[in-house]
Design a protein around this ligand. Structure first.
Ligand SMILES: [Ca+2]
Ligand SMILES: [Ca+2]
Ligand SMILES: [Ca+2]
Length: 135
């Protein structure tokens, strides 16, 4: 009997995991792919912010410490034109407006980090400041 119970339990756990984490596995995989600098399949908050800082510098074309809307749109276009021809401008504006919390037309590094951390926290299901697949 025992050998039947064990697979049943692990199957249940597997099913639970699938149900609990089914919504966002791609997001975690995406974050790990993009931000796991030391390739241990875990993205720590430090790693994440390090990459965010680099990305911010890349997007801040004139290096004035803020991403203006023109800079944002330019970078966005550069990164999206290869994958899709239809790049709806409204989406870019929406993303920008979400990050530009005080709506002064530019994203400061604080605003940028805050939105990144929000993203990180959403993906960090067990709240241990690490992104792993499914956690
Ligand atoms: Ca890592
Ligand atoms: Ca700038
Ligand atoms: Ca702003």
């Amino acid at each position: 009997m025992k050998k039947y119970i064990i697979p049943t339990v692990s199957m249940l756990i597997l099913m639970q995991n699938t149900v609990t984490f089914a919504q966002e596995p791609e997001k975690n995989a995406y974050i790990i792919e993009k931000f796991d600098n030391n390739h241990d399949n875990v993205v720590t908050q430090d790693e994440f912010l390090e990459s965010a800082a680099k990305r911010f510098k890349t997007m801040d074309i004139d290096s004035d410490g803020a991403i203006e809307k023109e800079e944002f749109l330019q970078r966005y276009a550069e990164h999206s034109h290869k994958t899709t021809n239809e790049s709806p401008v409204s989406v870019e504006h929406h993303v920008f407006d979400k990050m530009d919390q005080d709506h002064d037309g530019k994203i400061t590094e604080d605003e940028y980090n805050e939105s990144r951390l929000k993203w990180f926290a959403e993906a960090d299901k067990n709240n241990d400041q690490k992104i792993e697949l499914g956690k």
